[in-house]
Design a protein. Structure first.
Length: 196
């Protein structure tokens, strides 16, 4: 019997009874090729699902930060809401001291937002609400994309403020990843300083 191709073996395995394939001596080989094909199909499906999940996550982030993704034969370009290439934004010179809003300015808005959310919340929801509270305070430097191209400066400053607040005991140190949570000390601090 001449050597059968993988496609022929798979077709025979799918269409012929097991005992017939055993009689002609190709059952084991056909089964092996078929199972190999099934594993590859499963791996392909898993990779496609993973790729789709990554694309959805990327799209969500692009929407949050008002960025646009352009894929060309020359590579991937990310543009901000004004159409500026974020790769060019990375070439900016270091900031002058005092040109961005100080991280201490985020303290009260973060505590207020956490209180409004019942004491804890997810990072993105917190930051969206903090932005609404601070949009009249933030300046053009705060609204720039960081040199890394991955986030806005004000969001980065708010996250640094959160680290300081954790160290000060105003926010929980052991909250689950992606969750910010106010402490009793943070609630007291907010009551005492909410008029600032």
């Amino acid at each position: 019997m001449e050597e059968l191709s993988k496609e022929e073996l798979i077709r025979l395995y799918e269409t012929m009874p097991e005992d017939t394939l055993k009689k002609i001596g190709i059952y084991d080989k056909a089964k092996e090729v078929y199972e190999e094909k099934q594993k590859l199909e499963k791996l392909k499906k898993e990779r496609i699902e993973k790729a789709i999940a990554l694309v959805k996550e990327a799209q969500e982030l692009l929407n949050i930060y008002s960025l646009e993704l352009n894929v060309t034969s020359r590579g991937i370009r990310i543009k901000d809401k004004d159409g500026r290439d974020t790769n060019k934004i990375r070439e900016q010179r270091p900031l002058r001291h005092g040109s961005k809003t100080h991280t201490s300015e985020y303290r009260i808005p973060i505590l207020q937002v956490l209180t409004d959310l019942g004491g804890r919340g997810k990072v993105n929801e917190i930051l969206e609400r903090v932005y609404k509270k601070m949009k009249d305070v933030l300046n053009s430097v705060d609204l720039e994309v960081l040199p890394s191209g991955f986030d806005f400066r004000w969001r980065n400053s708010a996250q640094w403020a959160r680290n300081t607040m954790v160290n000060q005991g105003l926010l929980e140190k052991d909250s689950p990843r992606g969750i910010w949570e106010i402490t009793e000390k943070g609630k007291i601090y907010l009551k005492e300083h909410s008029n600032e």
